[in-house]
Each structure stands twice: as structure tokens, then as C-alpha cells.
Design a protein. Structure first.
Length: 1123
């Protein structure tokens, strides 16, 4: 009871699992067919679109993927589709001649799948499953596919890179099998062993047609290179070349353990791929990422100066800075460094400072470069807020980030030393290099560059004031020397003051105006003195502000609630202008000032506007409080010393995180420009990535958002990787071609396209779902005779015995051998339809991997392939012989003169099914050679016959499928059907579906021919007998597997004893070989019983078998027999 219950429970689990598979397949197909549904694209392979669903089986969590191929199915000829109409669309590509060594999808390479397919995968299952579990799941897949009539392949991955599956419809059944082996036989390492394994797996009694073989051999070499713009780091590169042979006949390729005729020089195609070092850290992106990560560390909250100076040294440092201007020549002192870190060397520091200030060193990093091809991208790099190329800010940032990787203390040390240089330039009125005179801070630049521009502007202002002061002192000293000494004596005359007020006002105006610049352009005069013009005064400049100062000022103004308070907070400049105007125009009024400063506040009559007349007006109050003071004698609005000291204070106390934020815009744009200069030749490959990088830089530098810099770092890494791969591979090819004297034969445009394709296909993606290979490859142009192939070949060729002269260089042993074997063969029997058979094998020296059509073997070598079998399906009782709608007898046309001495042509009009007959019939139309009429003949159709085909009957016809000829005219070994047993009987032998006869030998003396019948018996017939060339169509009808118990039930129900059967022993001797013999009577016995009385048992107990019924007449004998 217990075992029975467990068995029912297991069956229920399988039934439920099968039902879950059916529902999942139908739902995913329905969802994929919706036009408005966008299927999620896979970023890993970029070759397919995926839908997925999860379900469970026992302890396994399974996930099913619907994989939609983006590549279109190949187009097939109408002849191919007509001959293989019993196959579904997914099975058409199984024997496709170009279906070999797919690299974008592993399933496609292993099984030759070009259509959509389903893949079931066990989540988190990295080890091999048990064979019983795989068989159960595979059986459930077969049942689910059959129940819902799914015409797409369904695979189950039972190990990484190994899968099984099924593809079926009503006409055929394809089983995809896989296995993995740890060890294989020595013969399986070579092509002959693989071919033998392929034939054993097919195991068909039919003779195999020519096996088509596609072969690929991979050769690897490792190279050590130095990248183009990173000369100090080693880059490892793996180069792989693959020799490919496509659709070669079996007998043309020989490979055993002792002999092989497969030479790489004879390959039809060559492919190449590059494997780059994934552990290599790219210089630009690494430094940028390291700088970015520094802002996230705990150390970033500390100031830069705190990492260098001890508390006792800070006071001395400040004193040294203050007394610096007293020395004749500034000296850079040694800064003590805390901790165990060694200080930066004097030479290294001197080189950095020289590079920053004088431009010596690696100037090539800051040159304009070749910007013709990348002009558009260079223009986009002008949009981010950064520092100009070859500026002091750019040089400072580059030197700082170079020190961040080796010793962080040196990073801080170099920053402090740069501040000392800035202090020195300020104290001694030295212009900063790479800045223009009177250059104001530009808000379009980054904050660090604005600060340095402010320092340069302050230096310019300071130098201008010193120059004006020196000129003023010189002028004053000359005036003192030339002026006479007028002294007041006691005899001087004095006059009384005038008593008229008009004279007093005139005396006031006669005061000398101060600070005049030029007359007002409108030629207007003062209101109180119509004869005096209004002069524009010299005014003070409010001074430039950096971005952070503007933000502080805006924040302060927004903090003031009253509008009047905000206006008064900005009154310093207005008061200065009013004081300068009064000094330049004595006796002026507010109306005169408004004519120059704000004409819109005056009416058309020249009076004050209503706003200015309001009581408590701010402008009126400021005018009343303003004194006549020229700009040169006013309190300074812009104090350059104060501004510079604030910047120095900010720089000296800056935290590490703040300093990193100042450097990020400069460093990111600088690295992007370096990449762009090196990417001029490969803009087609990295153009989109560069455009994305420029857009991300524009956002990051203007918002100072650290998340935006995360995106910049990621894109920068991708661009640098692609650029360095291209530049490294291109330089490698050019140097090697030059050394081999092949550079003059290489078309640089072709080489550029080849290297671009090579680098684009070298992206390594590890896809555990067996949907993509690890490495892609591209075709080598003009191989094997082109110069590019010759350059690549020079990396691989080697001399087996060393560098001996006069010997031909040899290719190394291939590290991997792949083979694809294909053929069309009836399976499982002779009468089956021809089905595509395919096997893929892969063998490595270090770890052999085979993939082909084999049963489950020892784990760890992979056998993956397909086995196609014709299948019986259809509605109704297919095992019954129905003869209601027979088409009539099928015979050859009557023989006549035209066939005996020439030939006659006919055309196939239709192919018909004859009920009760396994073979199809062909309606062939002939023109009567004697009368003007058309005659139609019904013939047995040969395999391959199609409507519209011309067939020829006669002695001089060609040997082609479907033609009818005398067998004496056919060569020995020809396959024929519908053969005449006697001349003119129009066909009696080899007429059933899938059967054929073979011509064995001819005897020209007796004009007779020996043939081999389908039963295997030999028969001699006249050579004049006719036969149709080919095999009878419809083969495999009786060899189709039942697959389901219901099929077997209906078959044996028909074939069971449902009608009376007569035993052979009960028959007469003339009717059956088993007939005759006593005690075996027909009907009731005519002899006495054994239990009767003795008197009744007289004579023969068992009657003779005469064949007569009891009471019949005696048999008549002839005269000869009587004698």
C-alpha cells in the first residue's frame, strides 16, 4: 500500500508540473504576441528579448525564459520548403548550410537554433542535477509540448552550458540531447572518432548520405603591451585566431591520432578575437574614481593643513608667511609631515611646481591636438563649468591627482606649497601665469578657477594703484621744484567780502571741480547754472564677485524681510556715485544726478517722478547725506587685500572634501579631453558614449551633485576602456605590420574598420543561462592572402625546432577544436521521412568539452545536439485500411515505339493520396505520339517528385529521379522502384512506400539483369524491363514511433483478433504448408470415437485426409495415374 501511494503521489507531482509548464508556455506566448507589449531587453547580450516566469518543482526553483531572436530567420527556397513541408519553421534551420558556430547565443551554436525558444533554468543551481531529475523534467516538457501543440523548441538547462530539449509537431519529433564528460576516449579527440560516434548515435538501417562537416580550430597567443597614452603600466592582451572549414564532405577531411590532412593554411575562412585583461585598472578612470572616493572617507572631514603640520609648527608657519615680504627672495621651507609617510622629495616637488607655473614637463597632455574629426565633441566639452585647457587651474589639478594615488600626504603637501607660491605672487605683485591682465572671475568657469582669477584681478588692481601712486609722487615732486615761493607779508592787501548773495553763489561755483571724466553726451546743463554742462564723474567699481560670494549675498538679501532694508543693504555703490557726482559738478541737485544715473525717474518736463517725491524716499535721503568727495578719496568699495586674504584663509583651512569638490570639475573635463584626443580615430565606435559623457559632465559640473559624478565615473570607465582597446590593438597591428614589411600593402581604412569591429566584439559577457558566449569574433578581411591576415599570422607562427633557417614555420597546436556534423537521413527506419540530424562537438586540451547527440554519460564533457524522428499523428483511425475512394491502378505508361528507341516527356500535374495505399500517386500528363490528344497516367510517386516537374520515359532518357528507363540502360548500383517483373506488365516490384530495388549486375550476353529486391532476395529479370529511378515516396510510415499509450491502444484494437482466423494445420495440404495429417478434421470428425465399442473400431481409426467432406463422391483418377 505504501509503495502504491508513493507512486500515485509522484505521478500527481509530475502531472501538476506538466500542467504548470503548459500554462506558463501559453501565457508567455500570448504575452509575447501582443503588439502593445514591450518585451524587456537584455543588456548583457543585446541579441534577444526575454520574458520570464518562475515556478517550483520539488526542491528546485525554476525559471522559464522566452527568448525572442532579434535576427530574422533566413529565407529558404520554394523548392526546399515544398520538399520539407512536414517540418515546422523552427526546424527549417536545423540543416541550414550557414548555421554553424554561432557566437552570440550558445544555444544557437550547440543546437543550430535560429528561431524563438523557451529555456528552463534552475535558479541557484550551479552543480549538476541527478539523471533521474533531468529525465523527469524532460518527460514533462515532452508531454507539455505535445498537449499544447507548441512548435517552438523548449530547453532545460541541467548544468552551466549543458541543456536538453524537444521540438515536435504532428509530423516529426526532435530530441535535443546533452551530456558532459570528465574524460573521453582518445579516438573522440579526433574527427574520425567524432564521425563514428555520430553514425552510432543515428543508428539507422538506411545508408547515410554524405555527411557535411564544419570545423573550427582556435589558436591563442598572449601578448604584453604598453598602452598608447599610459607608458608606465603593462597591459596584457590575448589574441585568438580561428580557422573555419564549412560544409566539407566527410571523405575529404581525415584526422586520426596518427595522421591528419587538416592544415590551417587550407581553411576557407578566418576569424579573430581579442581578450583583454579584465584585472587591468584603467589610469584615467582609476584616478578619477580614487579622487571621488576620497570625498566619502572619514578623513575628508579634516582640513588639508591638519594632515601636515604639528600644533607647534602652526604659529611659526604663520609668522614666516607674515614676514615673507621683508625678505629679498622668498624661500620655500620644509614642512614636517606627521606619521610614518615619507615626505615628498625636493626634486619631485620642484618638478611639479615648475610644471604648474612654467609649463614644462608633459605639455602634450594640454595641447589642442587633432580636433578636426572630434570638433563637435570638443565644442560640447566647452559647456561644462571647468577651467580652460593649459590654464594654471588645469595644471594644478593634474599634479594634485597624480599625487593622490601614491601618498595622500604628498597630495596635501603639494597643495600647501602651491598656496605659498600664490602668497609669494601676491606679496611681490607678480602676475599669475596663464591669466590675462585685469581678468575678472568668469561665472562660466568652475569655482577654483574663479578664485584664482580673483587673485589675479586683485594683483592687477594692486599693481595699478602702485603705479598711479608712483606717477602721482613723481608729478608732485616736479611741481614742488618748479613752483615759486609766494609768502604772505605784512604789506599784503586785504579786501572786504561782497554783500550781494549772487556774488556769494558765484564764488561757491568757482571752486575747482574734482574727479571729472567727460561731459554728458546729451549736452545738458545744471539746473541752477544753465551755462555749466553736466560732467560724468570718475566712479568706483563695486568689484567682481565669485560664485560663492554671489550666493552668500543673495542669501543675505533674501534673509531681509523688508524691501527697504534690502534696498539700503545695496546703497554703498549709490552713495559713492552721488559723492563723486557732487565733487565733479559743484552746485548740482538730485535732478541733475538723475539725468545721468536714472533718466527714467524724471518726467518729460524735467521734474522728479512721483516715486522720488514720496516722503522718506531712499534716493532723496541718500542725496542729502552725501558729501562732495571724489572717487579717489572715498572709502574703497572693493578692497583687494581683504578679498585675497579671504581666499587665502579659505584655501588654508579648506577641508579635504571641499578641495575634492573644487578639483572634480577640472579633473573630469581634463580626462574627457584626453580621451577625446585619443579617440579621434575611433569616433564611430565611441561617439555615442562620448556624447553621453559630455552631457553628464554638463549636468555634474553645473549642479555639483555627487550622484551625477557617479554617472560620469561609470561612463568615463567605459569610454576609456574602449579607447584604450582600440589604440592598443591598432598600434600593435601597425608595429607588427611595419616589422613584417607589410604596412605598405595595408589599406588604413580597412584596418580601421577591422580594429573597430574587433574591439566592439571583444566585450566579455558571462551569461549563466547559456544565451551568450564569453567571447565574440569577427571575420579577417581578405584571409588568407591579405596583409592583415599576414600580420596576425606572424604572432602565431613558430618553428618547432627553434630558429633554424630553411624550415617552414608551423602553426601551434589548436587549443580548441569544434565540429558540426549534419546530414539528412530517414530515422528510425528505411521507410521514415528524411530528417535533419546534427551534432556539435567541442574539445579543449586542458579541459575537453564535447557537445553532440549522445546519451547522458559521465559528467563534465558536453554532448549537445539533436535527433529528429518522424512521428505519426492525425485524426481518426489511422491504422485502418480504407479503400472507399481509391484512385485506381497505378502503372507505368504502356510501352511503345517512342520509349523503345527514344524518349517521351511528361509533366507531373498533381500528387494524390490513395486511401489504403501508403505511397502517394502522381498524375502525369503525356502527349499521345500518334494522335492529337493528351493522356494521363497514374504512377507510383518517387521520393522528391513534385508538381510541375518534367519526367522522361524511354531508352535515351537521363538518369534522374522520377524518370522511367529500361534497367539495362541504368548503371549498376542505381536505386529503382515500380519495377516490371515481366516486360510490359507496367510495374509489379518495389511499389510500397519507402521500398526500393537495387541493380546489382548486367549480363550483356543474355540481356538479363540481376536485381536486389526490398526483401533482400536476388532476382534475375530481362534487361528490357522498365523501372522508375528513385525510392517510393511516403517512407517511414510503419516506423514512426507511437510516443503515447493511446496510439498503441488504437493500433492493437484494430490488429487484435477481431475477425475469424483459420489455423494452418486445419487447412488442406494444397492450401497451406501446415495442412494435412490425420486427426485434424474440418468441422465434425467423420471417425468413430475412442470410447465406442470395440466392434465399431474396425479399420482406420483416423480417416484419411482426402479433402472431401464425408459423404462426397470418390476422387477421379486419370488413366496415367491408374496405370
Amino acid at each position: 500500500m505504501g509503495s502504491s501511494y508513493c507512486g500515485r503521489d509522484a505521478n500527481d507531482i509530475i502531472s501538476v508540473f506538466t500542467l504548470m509548464l503548459e500554462n506558463a508556455i501559453q501565457e508567455m506566448k500570448a504575452e509575447a504576441d501582443l503588439p502593445d507589449i514591450e518585451i524587456e531587453s537584455s543588456s548583457a547580450t543585446r541579441q534577444r528579448e526575454v520574458l520570464s516566469k518562475k515556478f517550483a518543482y520539488q526542491n528546485y526553483e525554476l525559471q522559464m525564459f522566452y527568448v525572442r531572436q532579434k535576427n530574422k530567420m533566413p529565407t529558404f527556397s520554394e523548392d526546399f520548403l515544398e520538399h520539407h513541408s512536414y517540418l515546422c519553421e523552427a526546424a527549417f534551420a536545423l540543416d541550414y548550410s550557414n548555421n554553424h558556430f554561432f557566437e552570440d547565443i550558445v544555444i544557437g551554436k550547440q543546437f543550430g537554433i535560429l528561431s524563438d525558444f523557451f529555456l528552463i533554468y534552475a535558479i541557484g543551481q550551479n552543480n549538476f542535477m541527478t539523471e533521474s531529475t533531468v529525465n523527469i523534467i524532460n518527460s514533462a516538457i515532452i508531454l507539455a509540448s505535445s498537449n499544447i501543440d507548441c512548435a517552438l523548441p523548449i530547453f532545460f538547462q541541467f548544468a552551466p552550458g549543458a541543456a536538453v530539449g524537444v521540438l515536435q509537431n504532428r509530423n516529426f519529433f526532435t530530441n535535443f540531447e546533452g551530456a558532459v564528460l570528465n574524460n573521453c576516449l582518445s579516438s573522440q579527440k579526433y574527427l574520425d572518432g567524432v564521425i563514428k560516434m555520430f553514425k552510432e548515435k543515428i543508428n539507422t538501417p538506411s545508408e547515410l548520405e554524405k555527411i557535411k562537416i564544419s570545423l573550427q580550430q582556435d589558436f591563442d597567443v598572449n601578448l604584453i603591451l604598453w598602452p598608447k597614452f599610459i607608458e608606465t603600466r603593462v597591459f596584457r592582451l590575448g589574441l585568438r585566431m580561428a580557422a573555419v572549414w564549412v560544409d566539407i564532405d566527410e571523405y575529404l577531411m581525415v584526422e586520426t591520432d596518427n595522421f591528419t590532412n587538416i592544415e590551417p593554411q587550407t581553411a576557407q575562412r578566418w576569424k579573430c578575437s581579442v581578450l583583454f585583461d579584465e584585472e587591468y585598472s584603467y589610469e584615467q578612470s582609476y584616478i578619477f574614481t580614487r579622487l571621488f572616493e576620497l570625498s566619502e572617507e572619514e578623513l575628508s572631514e579634516c582640513s588639508v593643513r591638519s594632515q601636515l603640520l604639528s600644533p607647534s609648527d602652526q604659529s611659526s608657519s604663520l609668522g614666516t608667511t607674515a614676514l615673507g615680504p621683508l625678505a629679498d627672495k622668498p624661500s620655500v621651507r620644509d614642512i614636517k609631515i606627521l606619521g610614518n609617510s615619507s615626505p615628498i622629495s625636493q626634486k619631485s616637488c620642484s618638478d611639479c611646481i615648475t610644471f604648474i607655473l612654467k609649463g614644462s614637463g608633459n605639455d602634450h597632455d594640454f595641447l589642442e591636438g587633432n580636433r578636426t574629426s572630434g570638433q563637435q565633441q570638443f565644442q560640447k566639452l566647452l559647456n561644462p563649468k571647468s577651467a580652460p585647457a593649459n590654464s594654471l587651474t588645469r595644471r594644478l589639478a593634474v599634479c594634485l591627482v597624480e599625487k593622490i594615488d601614491g601618498n595622500f600626504v604628498n597630495f596635501c603637501r603639494l597643495w600647501i606649497k602651491f598656496l605659498e607660491i600664490l602668497r609669494h605672487h601676491w606679496e611681490y605683485n607678480l602676475d599669475l601665469p596663464y591669466f590675462g591682465i585685469d581678468e575678472r572671475p568668469q561665472l562660466a568657469c568652475c569655482l577654483l578657477h574663479q578664485k584664482l582669477q580673483m587673485i589675479q584681478y586683485c594683483i592687477s588692481v594692486k599693481k595699478r594703484k602702485h603705479r598711479e601712486m608712483e606717477e602721482c609722487e613723481a608729478t608732485t615732486s616736479e611741481c614742488v621744484k618748479e613752483a615759486p615761493t609766494n609768502r604772505i607779508t605784512a604789506d599784503d592787501e586785504f579786501f572786504d567780502a561782497n554783500e550781494s548773495f549772487d556774488e556769494v553763489d558765484a564764488a561757491l561755483f568757482l571752486k575747482e571741480p574734482r574727479g571729472r571724466s567727460h561731459p554728458l553726451d546729451s549736452n545738458e546743463c545744471l539746473r541752477n547754472y544753465p551755462k555749466e554742462r553736466i560732467f560724468v564723474p570718475f566712479t568706483q567699481d563695486e568689484g567682481p564677485m565669485t560664485e560663492d560670494q554671489i550666493e552668500q549675498r543673495v542669501s543675505y538679501l533674501f534673509s531681509l524681510e523688508d524691501a527697504n532694508l534690502r534696498t539700503r543693504a545695496q546703497s554703498e555703490l549709490l552713495l559713492s556715485d552721488m559723492q563723486a557726482f557732487k565733487a565733479a559738478n559743484p552746485g548740482c541737485e538730485l535732478v541733475d544726478f538723475l539725468r545721468w544715473h536714472s533718466p527714467r525717474d524724471l518726467s518729460e518736463e524735467g521734474e522728479l517722478s512721483e516715486r522720488m517725491k514720496l516722503p522718506g524716499n531712499f534716493w532723496q535721503e541718500t542725496w542729502d547725506s552725501a558729501n562732495a568727495v571724489p572717487a579717489a578719496q572715498q572709502q574703497r568699495l572693493f578692497n583687494e587685500t581683504r578679498e585675497v586674504e579671504q581666499i587665502f584663509q579659505f584655501f588654508m583651512n579648506i577641508r579635504i572634501r571641499e578641495l575634492v569638490k573644487l578639483l572634480l570639475p577640472v579633473v573630469s573635463v581634463h580626462m574627457a579631453e584626453i580621451l577625446l584626443e585619443n579617440a579621434v580615430e575611433c569616433l564611430e565606435m565611441v561617439g555615442l558614449k562620448l556624447e553621453k559623457l559630455c552631457n553628464e559632465l554638463n549636468v555634474a559640473t553645473k549642479t555639483s551633485d555627487m550622484d551625477a559624478y557617479f554617472d560620469v565615473a561609470r561612463t568615463l570607465r567605459m569610454v576609456e576602456e574602449m579607447v584604450m582597446k582600440y589604440s592598443t590593438t591598432s598600434n600593435l597591428m601597425l608595429r607588427q605590420a611595419q616589422s613584417m614589411d607589410l604596412l605598405k600593402f595595408i589599406d588604413l581604412n580597412v584596418l580601421k574598420t577591422f580594429v573597430t569591429t574587433l574591439c566592439e566584439s571583444s566585450s566579455d559577457v558571462v551569461d549563466e543561462l547559456s544565451l551568450q558566449s564569453v567571447q565574440l569574433s569577427c571575420e579577417i578581411p581578405d584571409a588568407p592572402d591579405g596583409p592583415i591576415f599576414g600580420t596576425l599570422r606572424s604572432f602565431f607562427l613558430m618553428d618547432e625546432e627553434g630558429d633554424r633557417e630553411g624550415e617552414e614555420e608551423q602553426w601551434p597546436s589548436p587549443i580548441r577544436k569544434q565540429a558540426i556534423l549534419r546530414c539528412f537521413v530517414p530515422h528510425p527506419g528505411n521507410g521514415s521521412r528524411a530528417m535533419p540530424q546534427r551534432m556539435y562537438t567541442s574539445y579543449r586540451e586542458a579541459r575537453p568539452r564535447l557537445a553532440g547527440m549522445a546519451d547522458f554519460c559521465l559528467p563534465d564533457i558536453l554532448f549537445l545536439g539533436l535527433l529528429s524522428t518522424a512521428q505519426r499523428k492525425g485524426c481518426g483511425g489511422i491504422f485502418k485500411s480504407r479503400n472507399k475512394h481509391r484512385k485506381g491502378p497505378a502503372k507505368l505508361r504502356p510501352v511503345d515505339y517512342s520509349e523503345r528507341h527514344g524518349f517521351i516527356r511528361g509533366i507531373v500535374k498533381d500528387i494524390l493520396h490513395d486511401p489504403g495505399r501508403g505511397a502517394p500517386l502522381a498524375i502525369v500528363q503525356f502527349r499521345d505520339p500518334y494522335k492529337y490528344r493528351v493522356k494521363k497516367e497514374t504512377m507510383i510517386a518517387a521520393e522528391g517528385l513534385h508538381t510541375g516537374q518534367f519526367i522522361y520515359c524511354g531508352k535515351k532518357a537521363q538518369v534522374q529521379i522520377g524518370n522511367v528507363m529500361p534497367i539495362g540502360e541504368l548503371p549498376e548500383g542505381t536505386t529503382v522502384c515500380n519495377l516490371e517483373e515481366k516486360a510490359g506488365d507496367r510495374g509489379r516490384l518495389a511499389r510500397t512506400s519507402g521500398n526500393y530495388a537495387i541493380i546489382v549486375a548486367h549480363n550483356p550476353d543474355t540481356k538479363r539483369t540481376r536485381i536486389r529486391l526490398p526483401s533482400g532476395a536476388k532476382k534475375v529479370v530481362p534487361s528490357a524491363n522498365r523501372a522508375m529511378i528513385g525510392i517510393v515516396a511516403g517512407g517511414g510510415r510503419t516506423d514512426k514511433p507511437l510516443l503515447k499509450a493511446g496510439r498503441a491502444y488504437h493500433k492493437y484494437k484494430v490488429k487484435r483478433n477481431a475477425w475469424p482466423k483459420v489455423r494452418g494445420v486445419a487447412m488442406n495440404p494444397v492450401e497451406h504448408p501446415h495442412g494435412g495429417g490425420n486427426h485434424q478434421h474440418i468441422g465434425h470428425p467423420s471417425t468413430v470415437k475412442r470410447g465406442t465399442s470395440a466392434g465399431r473400431k474396425v479399420g482406420l481409426i483416423a480417416a484419411r485426409r482426402t479433402g472431401r467432406i464425408r459423404g462426397g463422391k470418390p476422387e477421379k483418377r486419370g488413366k496415367e495415374e491408374a496405370v
